[in-house]
Ligand binder design. Structure first.
Ligand code: EPZ
Length: 415
């Protein structure tokens, strides 16, 4: 429940990254030794991933106060990722890599579609076939096994720089026989965080963060300690909250470099953004200038920030055009924003937004994680009260979102 109209001000501490920790938890399956993961965020998706690796034989302990996870997998007691877990969270598919690497076989449910698109996994599977895995389909599952019992290093070219495929193949290549190169790889910062963790475990990875990653296979890896990187999308979302409310907010625990495309667009919209070493200050403007945006894989403008910017542009001084090139159906927030008075025309992957000087509070429904975040942003600036239903979508990727916003002066509460 949000009562709009209050400019946000103050300081907020950004949590660590959902999209970095999920593949890192999966990578812990590669070793019998204990891995210590620090700075964990309290997110539903983290719990689901811990549940999944536990079902495969991992021992998982969490120290919530210290925000630490301790994971050790003496042996893999299972190699099946069941449909009920994979369908709840697509990132469950990331256990395919470590299962193939350590056990030489895996049975993983195909992730269903999700609100933002079909999200196939063909690039993951094509990559593993290139590494000498045999893939069979049946009853909504894929069964994969390394033909000789061990994956073989090979050259893998990704038709699209898929984040998940890059992560799955990267983890799988760590214990493969020989060298692997992943070309046209995704270069998101979360890939770099994963590669750093794997190298601490004794992997030999070069080039993470570029479009070509090379991995020299080793026979085994050992435990490691790793602090998860800050969540650049939570940071981008809270920067946009400061912008949309005309506020003045300092974000702590950020990596400004990870936010370059978001910062560039806020500056272009007339929002003041100043960067420190690990903090960013954002001063909003009553009505931003309109923008033309196209989402792209990193270092382009992130698709995970598209919904939030549609909300921001709903009050721009003019007409904006936002093109979603990564997912085929990631405009579920548009209908809900229209109910708040936003003037948006949709044509396939393009949203044309005619800025207006105010939005009206309304009862709206979150359809997915970032759409929900966009509705909160719209509620923060709308006249009157906005009720965001199905807020569980938002809890998947934002830790204590209402507390963070309350501390910045927002009139928001969970009912
Ligand atoms: C990751 O999803 C993120 N999730 C997503 O964040 C993010 O939107 C996405 O990367 C793009 O940055 C996690 O890291 C857990 P992709 P992922 O594989 O790996 C197509 C959020 O809000 N594709 O890069 O699933 C796919 O259909 C979430 O935090 C294939 O065609 O993204 C999509 O159109 C949402 N075949 C595009 O690539 C494949 O085998 C991008 O997918 C794989 C992907």
């Amino acid at each position: 429940m949000i009562k709009g109209g209050k400019p946000l001000s103050g300081t907020v501490q950004i949590s660590s990254s959902k999209n970095a920790i999920l593949p890192i938890i999966s990578a812990c399956l590669l070793t019998a030794d204990e891995c210590i993961i620090k700075n964990i965020p309290g997110l539903d998706d983290v719990s689901v991933m811990c549940e999944l690796v536990s079902s495969l034989g991992a021992r998982v302990e969490a120290n919530i106060q210290e925000r630490e996870l301790y994971i050790s997998t003496p042996e893999l007691t299972g190699h099946t990722a069941p449909y009920d877990l994979v369908s709840r969270m697509r990132a469950s598919f990331l256990v395919l890599g470590p299962l193939l690497a350590r056990a030489g076989k895996a049975k993983v449910a195909l992730p269903g579609g999700c609100p933002i698109g079909t999200r196939p996994v063909d690039l993951h599977l094509k990559g593993f076939e290139a590494m000498d895995a045999q893939i069979e389909y049946g009853n909504g599952y894929i069964e994969a096994k390394a033909r000789t019992g061990r994956l073989k290093g090979s050259r893998v070219y990704l038709d699209f720089p898929s984040v998940g495929a890059t992560e799955n193949l990267l983890i799988g290549a760590v214990l493969a026989e020989g060298c692997t190169s992943i070309e046209n790889a995704a270069s998101e910062p979360e890939i770099v965080d994963l590669a750093n963790f794997l190298n601490k475990m004794g992997a030999r990875i070069k080039g993470a963060g570029t479009d070509t990653i090379t991995i020299e296979g080793v026979d085994r890896v050992h435990g490691a300690e790793h602090a998860i990187m800050p969540d650049r999308i939570e940071a981008g979302t809270l920067m946009t909250a400061a912008a949309i409310t005309g506020g003045d907010v300092i974000l702590k625990n950020v990596v400004p470099d990870h936010l370059k495309p978001v910062t560039a667009k806020l500056l272009e919209a007339g929002i003041e953004v100043s960067e420190g070493l690990s903090e960013i200050r954002v001063k909003g403007a009553p009505r931003p200038a309109p923008l033309n945006i196209k989402t792209h894989p990193f270092p382009g403008f992130p698709t995970d920030m598209q919904a939030q910017f549609v909300a921001l542009m709903a009050k721009a001084q003019g007409t904006s055009v936002i093109v979603e090139t990564v997912f085929e159906n990631r405009f579920m927030h548009v209908n809900e924003l229209r109910r708040m008075g936003a003037k948006i025309r949709l044509d396939a992957r393009t949203a044309v937004i005619e800025g207006c000087d105010s939005l009206e509070g309304a009862r709206v429904r979150a359809t997915d994680l970032r759409a929900g975040a966009a509705l909160i942003l719209a509620g923060l600036t709308a006249r009157g009260t906005t009720e965001v239903l199905d807020s569980h979508h938002i809890d998947r990727g934002y830790e204590f979102i209402e507390n963070k916003l309350q501390r910045l002066g927002a009139d928001i509460k969970r009912v």
